[in-house]
Design a protein around this ligand. Structure first.
Ligand SMILES: Cc1cc2nc3c(=O)[nH]c(=O)nc-3n(C[C@H](O)[C@H](O)[C@H](O)COP(=O)(O)OP(=O)(O)OC[C@H]3O[C@@H](n4cnc5c(N)ncnc54)[C@H](O)[C@@H]3O)c2cc1C
Length: 347
């Protein structure tokens, strides 16, 4: 393969992952971000890599499934190259089951998960009592336990990629002229630029607030999703709780009573968290394309250039596969992007 030059604009999880995938294939890569790596949504705290429910399968769910399966090898290689851990661990997830109707649905999904997850992960319904003291409060006494969900630390994931790129001689620079293939992975700013240039809403930022607690749950403890709250034990003696989802806000980076309420819901779901100290409160804007799906492919404004945006609530989960399909497209002209992920879906 001929040596390609690649310019990545934006050093969030999408830009850094694409830079890594291209560098791994031998491209000469530069990464440009005036604010430095992890300055946007990717500098957060939560890091749930959680699947869609295993039913009504579609391109988006299949893409995310592939990405979650790829994640272990992706993050292992990043750590082996740069020496920095992303905090990745496929530790699974527990979800309480509210009532008989939800129990029947969960049991049906255990069956559909078998073919859809191809035997590579399980969706099981089991007694909460079998899980031990970490089990969430569950009205039916039963929980869903899936073995596909993983966790990672968003900030450490960015740092791990920066370190791996540095080993390949790639630094993140504030500005530089374009060179070779150009991809814009500029998050909310990119969506706002598109909306302004096309004079319609192509996408925007959905605010999320999250908290980090000091809490030693143990290295292999599953994450919990309860009452719409993600509770994520990390491998460094911290535990993240997220998030609010706000379309209207004055201060994109401020935290308020909305976060207190999310923390309280987590403590009700997992009483062990009562008394755990909150060590950080954080807010950021998720890049949401109008289609709600990732926006990958030819850039709508810059002919011959590319866009990777719209990670919305699952950008970290999608990043390994987003990086691969963007590298396929930019370096080999091979387009494997699902129809619903094309920029046109939001135009
Ligand atoms: C509270 C919260 C909780 C979340 N929880 C999860 C979760 O548990 N799991 C999950 O998978 N996802 C989660 N997400 C979503 C995830 O964080 C995003 O999908 C992801 O970070 C988006 O990555 P990105 O690289 O597209 O954008 P960003 O991280 O926003 O990066 C964009 C980058 O572009 C740079 N930039 C802007 N303009 C320019 C320019 N002109 N030139 C060059 N660079 C530019 C910015 O400085 C920034 O660094 C959460 C988000 C929030 C806010």
């Amino acid at each position: 393969m001929a040596m390609h030059d690649v310019t990545v604009r934006g050093a969030g999880i999408f830009g850094l992952s694409i830079a890594w995938a291209c560098a791994r294939r031998g491209a000469r890569v530069q990464v440009i971000d005036p604010h430095g790596p992890g300055a946007g949504a990717s500098g957060g705290l939560v890091g749930a890599l959680a699947p869609h429910v295993p039913e009504n399968w579609n391109d988006k769910k299949a893409f995310q499934f592939d990405s979650l399966i790829m994640a272990q090898a992706f993050w292992d290689q990043v750590r082996e190259t740069g020496g920095v851990s992303s905090g990745y661990g496929r530790t699974g997830r527990l979800q309480p089951i509210a009532d008989d109707k939800a129990l029947a649905l969960a049991q049906a999904r255990a069956e559909t998960a078998v073919p859809l997850w191809q035997g590579r992960a399980q969706w099981r319904v089991r007694p909460a009592a079998d899980v031990g003291p970490w089990a969430p409060v569950s009205p039916t006494g039963m929980v869903i336990h899936d073995t596909l969900s993983a966790r990672m630390s968003p900030r450490r994931a960015c740092a791990a990629l920066v370190a791996a790129l540095a080993v390949r001689g790639i630094e993140i620079v504030p500005e530089a002229p374009d060179r070779g293939q150009v991809v814009h992975a500029t998050g909310v700013a990119g969506l706002q630029d598109l909306s302004a240039a096309l004079d319609k809403n192509i996408g925007n930022g959905v605010k999320g607030q999250a908290a980090l607690l000091r809490f030693e749950a143990g290295p292999e403890v599953p994450q919990i999703f309860a009452d719409a709250v993600h509770i994520i034990p990390h491998d460094d003696g911290t535990l993240a709780i997220g998030s609010t989802s706000e379309r209207d806000y004055d201060d994109p980076h401020g935290t308020d009573a909305g976060l207190d309420e999310v923390i309280e819901r987590a403590r009700i779901a997992v009483p062990l968290l009562h008394g755990a100290e909150v060590i950080e409160r954080w807010a950021g804007l998720r890049p949401r394309a109008r289609s709600r799906a990732p926006m990958l492919g030819a850039h709508p404004l810059h002919p011959g250039q590319f866009i990777a945006n719209g990670g919305f609530k699952i950008g970290f989960g999608m990043a390994p596969k987003v990086a691969e399909v963007m590298a396929d497209l930019m370096l080999e002209g091979r387009d494997t992007i699902p129809e619903g992920f094309r920029p046109e879906a939001s135009l």
